[in-house]
Design a protein around this ligand. Structure first.
Ligand code: NAP
Length: 348
C-alpha cells in the first residue's frame, strides 16, 4: 500500500523523495497492516487530516516521541475493509472514523472495534476524517471541562485554525457570545461569515482595545472562558480581559511560547485553569471521549457544525499540506484524501 513514512526527524515541508535526505518519503510497497485481534478491523482510509501536532511529530518537537521509521497521522475516516471473527458492531463497507497516535497517512489502518465510530447518514465521509482531534478537543474543553453556558462570553484565540474554528462553532451551539481572534483579512472575513459576535484582526491591532470596545457596546463586563491554542504574548494580553471567576482552557502553544499565568492573580480573581490533553482521555477517561465524539457526529449529521476544509492534497503532496500549517494558511482543516481504487485489496 501507499504510506507516508517519517524515516528521520526533520522538516516535513520538503518534498518527499526517495533519497535519504528528506524527513518524509512516500512508500508504494509498505506492508498492509494485519488484523491484530479477533475484535480488530481494517479500514480503507478515505481521508485523514493534518493537525499541528502531526507537524510537531515529524519535527521531533511533540510531547510524545515515536520510534523511527513511523507513519505519521492521527485522525481519519474510511470504510470497513475487513473484520476479525468476533467483531459485532461493524460490517464490511460501513463508513467509520477514528484517531490513532500515528499511522493514518496510509491507505489502510487497523483499529479495535471499540475505538471506531460509525459515521451517520448525512455526514460527508471526507469531513468526518477532520472531526476527531480538532472537534473532540474543543468539545471536551468547552462542554466537559468549562461547562460553557448560554450567554457566557467565550474568547477563542487562533480562531481560524483547526481547534480554534471547532471551538467557535461549539461555542455558538452552546449559545455563548463568541469573540474570535485571528490574523489577516481572509480569516477575519471567514469568521464573520460563520456568525461570530466579534472578530479581532491581529494584523490591525491588539486584542485588548478591540475586545473592550465590543464588550462596552454590548454592556458586558468581560470574558468568562478563554480558549487558548496559541499561548505567548496573545494569552498574556487576553488575561487582562477575564472576569472574576473566569476559566482558562490551556490547549496549545502554536506561537512557540508557553504563557505564564500568575497564580497570585488566579487566586485574587478566582480563575480556574484547565490544562487539557485530549488524547490522554483515551487512557484515563475513555467514556468522556466516546460520548463527546458521538455527540459531535450527531451534530455534524444535523448540520449544527460544519467542517470547513481549506485544502485537500494527495499523499504525494503531503509536504504542501504541512507547508499550509507551517505558513498559517489553513482556515479550518487541511486534508490528505485517497481515491477508492478498486484494485487495492488486502490479504490477512
Ligand atoms: N491539548 C490538546 O489535546 C490539543 C489537541 C489538538 C491541538 N492542540 C494544539 O493546539 C494548537 C493548534 O493546533 P491546530 O491543529 O488547530 O493548528 P492550526 O490549524 O495550525 O491553527 C493554529 C493557529 O494558531 C495561530 N498562530 C499564532 N501564532 C502562530 C505561529 N507562530 N505559528 C503557527 N500558528 C500560529 C494561527 O492563527 P493566526 O495566523 O490567525 O494567528 C493558526 O490559525 C497546537 O499547539 C496543537 O498542538 C492541542
Amino acid at each position: 500500500m501507499e504510506a507516508l513514512l517519517c524515516r528521520k526527524l526533520g522538516d516535513p515541508t520538503t518534498q518527499p523523495d526517495s533519497s535519504e535526505n528528506t524527513a518524509l518519503t512516500v512508500s508504494t510497497s509498505h506492508p498492509i497492516p494485519k488484523l491484530t485481534s479477533p475484535t480488530s478491523i481494517r479500514v480503507r482510509i478515505k481521508s485523514t487530516s493534518l493537525n499541528y501536532a502531526n507537524y510537531l511529530q515529524v519535527l521531533g518537537k511533540y510531547q510524545e516521541k515515536f520510534a523511527l521509521p513511523f507513519v505519521p497521522g492521527s485522525d481519519y475516516s474510511g470504510v470497513v475493509e475487513s473484520i476479525g471473527p468476533k467483531v459485532t458492531k461493524f460490517k464490511v463497507g460501513d463508513p467509520v472514523c477514528s484517531f490513532a497516535g500515528v499511522g493514518s497517512f496510509a491507505q489502510f489502518i487497523v483499529a479495535e472495534e471499540k475505538d471506531l465510530f460509525g459515521v451517520p447518514d448525512g455526514c460527508d465521509l471526507v469531513a468526518a476524517g477532520a472531526l476527531p482531534v480538532a472537534y473532540g478537543t474543543s468539545h471536551v474543553a468547552l462542554v466537559h471541562r468549562a461547562n460553557l453556558k448560554s450567554g457566557q462570553v467565550l474568547l477563542v484565540l487562533g480562531a481560524a485554525g483547526g481547534v480554534g474554528l471547532a471551538a467557535v462553532q461549539i461555542g455558538k451551539v452552546c449559545g455563548a457570545i463568541v469573540i474570535a481572534v485571528a490574523r489577516g483579512t481572509e480569516k477575519v472575513e471567514f469568521l464573520k461569515s460563520m456568525g461570530v459576535d466579534h472578530v479581532v484582526d491581529l494584523s490591525k491591532g491588539g486584542v485588548i482595545e478591540s475586545v473592550k470596545s465590543f464588550l462596552k457596546t454590548k454592556k458586558l463586563k468581560g470574558v468568562d472562558v478563554v480558549y487558548d491554542p496559541v499561548g505567548g504574548k496573545l494569552m498574556k494580553e487576553s488575561m487582562k480581559l477575564l472576569n472574576w471567576g473566569a476559566q482558562i482552557l490551556v490547549i496549545g502553544f502554536a506561537s512557540g511560547e508557553v504563557p505564564v499565568i500568575p497564580a497570585n492573580i488566579a487566586l485574587v480573581k478566582n480563575w480556574t485553569i484547565h490544562g487539557l490533553y485530549w488524547g490522554s482521555y483515551k487512557v484515563h477517561h475513555p467514556s468522556v471521549l466516546e460520548d463527546s465524539l458521538k455527540e459531535l457526529l450527531s451534530w455534524l449529521a444535523r448540520g449544527l457544525i460544519t467542517i470547513y476544509i481549506s485544502n485537500s492534497y494527495k499523499l504525494q503532496e503531503a509536504n504542501l499540506a504541512f507547508s499550509d500549517i507551517k505558513d498559517r494558511k489553513v482556515i479550518g482543516k487541511v486534508m490528505i484524501t485517497f481515491d477508492d481504487p478498486k484494485s487495492i485489496t488486502s490479504k490477512l
